[in-house]
Design a protein around this ligand. Structure first.
Ligand code: HEM
Length: 335
């Protein structure tokens, strides 16, 4: 109600006055803002454009089965098709650019259901709403005159979405230059609801934490001599040397934890359970690699896992569908 009154008030403003940056952002506007900021690489994703496909296997623990009846958590080995990625729509971004990084997973469950996750190596999101995501893309689009974002627009965005300060502060001491995709922890960021066979529901967030405790990020000096595509080589080298594994850790919500705001961390002590092990088995770089034609829509979930009402989570699905539709059509026209 408060928002509608605000929007009505702003709609009556005359030309030249500030647009309502909190007005609802449509998925089409968001994808178009990404295209405008980064350009379009026909046949490629509009966000997280540069990436590497992989296959693997996931096996859950009995503790996970107590929380969710999903076939994902019943302890049977489950085949995984995945993709690591750099955030943003630049297909040629150098791997040592400070950035957020993604791990997307598609689990093909024994009963034929598909279950998907698309996570990031940041602990929580920078904005609380899809409107914030849209306004960030608009404010950080390079000005054609300078080739850089307009600092005034960036400041206006930060003032309108003050929650962005929280992530900036949390990451202030990190270079964000990855030592390897296998060294990073990936987080669900959103809250999901697990439902078990007794019908009990538990609000959770989860993380995939590397089994080997090695530094995740490089200093700019360490990264200076690395090739622009070193992340692929780093993965292959590690795979040749031994196993690459992550522990899935599920964090249970405490009373009062925010369940619909991805920009707010859960603070204080929480119960965390070991939910399973993800093993990376092969990296696939060919044009026909399976992950290329997957839409890792994070709302594609199996019975026993439900999405929360987080507005950012809910906005992702239609935006991914638009990006997927465009790139699929472009890929088929190119054939
Ligand atoms: C309103 C917020 C967001 C929008 C509009 C958005 C938009 C997109 C789009 C359009 C794609 C490309 C989809 C495709 O062509 O297949 C994408 C990919 C991706 N996004 Fe988001 N995103 C948002 C928030 C998030 C959040 C919160 C996370 C993590 C929790 C995330 C993680 C990823 C990952 C990992 C990929 C790459 C998936 C792949 O490898 O195919 N995004 N995003």
């Amino acid at each position: 109600m408060k928002k509608s009154i605000l929007c009505l008030a702003l709609a009556t403003l005359g030309a030249g006055q500030a647009a309502d940056v909190h007005a609802q952002a449509t998925p089409a506007q968001i994808v178009s803002a990404l295209e405008n900021k980064f350009g379009v690489y026909p046949g490629e994703r509009r966000n997280h454009t540069k990436g590497i496909c992989f296959t693997g296997e996931f096996q859950a623990t009995p503790e996970a089965a107590e929380l969710s009846r999903s076939p994902l958590f019943q302890g049977v080995p489950v085949a995984v098709t995945g993709r690591f990625s750099q955030a943003g729509g630049n297909l040629h971004i150098a791997d040592h650019t400070p950035n957020a990084h993604g791990m997307a997973l598609r689990f093909t469950l024994p009963d034929g259901q598909l279950h998907q996750m698309a996570m990031l190596d940041i602990p929580f999101f920078d904005v609380a709403t899809p409107e914030g995501f849209l306004q960030k893309q608009l404010a950080t689009t390079p000005d054609p005159a300078t080739g850089k974002p307009d600092p005034g627009k960036v400041q206006t965005f930060k003032n309108a979405f003050p929650e962005t300060r929280r992530l900036a502060q949390a990451l202030a001491d990190q270079s964000r230059i990855p030592a390897g995709y296998h060294r990073l922890s990936y987080n669900s960021i959103h809250t999901f609801m697990l439902e078990n066979t007794e019908g009990q529901t538990t609000a959770v967030r989860w993380s995939f934490v590397p089994a080997e405790d090695q530094p995740a990020y490089l200093s700019p000096e360490q990264a200076a001599s690395l090739d622009a595509n070193y992340l692929l080589q780093a993965l292959q080298t590690q795979l040749d040397a031994g196993e690459i594994r992550w522990h899935m850790q599920i964090t249970l919500a405490n009373d009062g934890d925010p369940l619909t705001d991805p920009s707010q961390p859960w603070s204080g002590n929480h119960k965390v359970i070991e939910a399973g092990i993800l093993k990376l088995q092969a990296v696939n770089t060919g044009a026909d690699a399976a992950c290329r034609s997957i839409n890792f829509d994070p709302l594609r979930l199996s019975d026993g896992v439900k999405a929360s009402d987080d507005p950012v989570l809910q906005a992702r699905s239609p935006a991914y569908a638009i990006s997927f539709g465009k790139r699929s059509q472009e890929a088929s026209l190119a054939q």
